[in-house]
Write a protein that binds this ligand. Structure first.
Ligand code: G3H
Ligand code: 13P
Ligand code: ZN
Length: 330
């Protein structure tokens, strides 16, 4: 059993309290490899932002759980070396079983998500409560979820949103003891969050997606005032990356994300954690494709992963400063 405290990591409790008071959200960026982790840490140190490092079960399979754990420990030391000991949380993204959550806690994770959103309400309550009871013994914080996001997450996919039912949240939070709650108000995972036919065109001809259901968020906040809310599926799918990808041999069709203004607005509410993965994937892919198209003879990974890392860092800095408002909070 490794305690996250020995690794210099923090759980989400204190950070969410500050985020709630300060009207911002802490970025939860997914990572699977060294370049992503370097970019996240450097961006958050440079903008003085707290950060949540997210590991999905797919990431664990891809990179190896032991390596990822030591990388997160290294991230704490790397931040100090860069000059600022920012609060870093190591979080399991979309944990789907008690055993997976327990294993992550034993490996030094300071926060876990137990995603029982695809289960019946009673089964979701029972599973989440079990994880909370175990996690809290080690002062590890737990995120639960109510409502189902449309789209694909790991092996589970849903055709349509099932919005969170505000009438359930108080009961769920009370019965399970969770520290934060992920909700469904119109965001979804991946780069294709809306179909073009769901969108309207603004004066510049840009597709504008239907707004998030802030009315549902408001109802939820009335039921559980001051309780930390989490938004998954919150990539904005920057169109400049989509264009670079498609102009350099890619084929991304109908890639549409959540407008940044909506996320900024959400961050000023009880939303304390905003999950972003796809935008990082797009930034990295755009840069790598561009470099390969310009220099087809290049075969040194540092020559394309290095610039991709720089692009990622710029993206993450933009998120903390302009979207989540978490910059200059450390
Ligand atoms: O919610 C899903 C995250 O973007 C992680 O994606 O399961 O492909 O690692 P992944
Ligand atoms: P995106 O696919 O919108 O980046 O969402 C990531 C996420 O919610 C990770 O849990
Ligand atoms: Zn998610």
């Amino acid at each position: 059993m490794v305690s996250y405290k020995e690794l210099g990591l923090v759980n989400t409790r204190e950070g969410f309290k500050k985020a709630m008071e300060g009207g911002y959200a802490i970025p939860a960026f997914n990572f699977n490899n060294m370049e992503q982790l370097q970019a996240i840490v450097a961006a958050c140190v440079e903008t003085r932002s707290p950060v949540i490092l997210q590991v999905s079960s797919g990431a664990r399979k891809y990179a190896n759980q032991t390596l990822l754990r030591y990388m997160a420990q290294g991230a704490v030391e790397y931040a100090k070396e860069l000059g600022l000991n920012i609060p870093i949380t190591l979080h399991l993204d979309h944990g789907d079983s008690f055993e997976l959550c327990k294993s992550c806690i034993e490996m030094g994770f300071s926060s876990v998500m137990i995603d029982g959103s695809h289960l019946s309400y009673d089964d979701n309550v029972a599973l989440t409560k079990k994880v909370v009871e175990y996690a809290h013994q080690y002062d590890v914080t737990v995120e639960g979820e109510l409502g189902v996001l449309a789209g694909v997450e790991d092996e589970v996919s849903a055709e349509h949103h099932t919005y969170t039912r505000p009438e359930e949240v108080e009961d769920f939070v009370g019965k399970t003891g969770v520290d934060s709650l992920a909700i469904s108000i119109g965001t979804s995972h991946g780069a294709n969050k809306f179909k073009p036919e769901q969108c309207t065109r603004n004066a510049q001809g840009v597709l504008v997606p239907p707004p998030l259901r802030f009315d549902i968020l408001d109802e939820i906040m009335k039921k559980i005032p001051g309780f930390p809310i989490v938004l998954h599926g919150s990539s904005s799918v920057p169109q400049q990356y989509v264009e670079i990808i498609n102009n350099n041999g890619g084929a991304l069709k109908d890639a549409i994300g959540i407008p940044e203004e909506e996320l900024r607005k959400a961050a000023t509410s009880s939303v304390c954690k905003i999950n972003i993965d796809s935008d990082g994937r797009l930034a990295m892919t755009a840069k790598v494709r561009e470099i390969f198209a310009k220099n087809p003879g290049e075969f040194d990974p540092r020559k394309y992963l290095g610039p991709a890392r720089e692009e990622l860092k710029a993206l993450y800095k933009h998120k903390t400063v302009n979207v989540l408002g978490s910059a200059n909070r450390v």
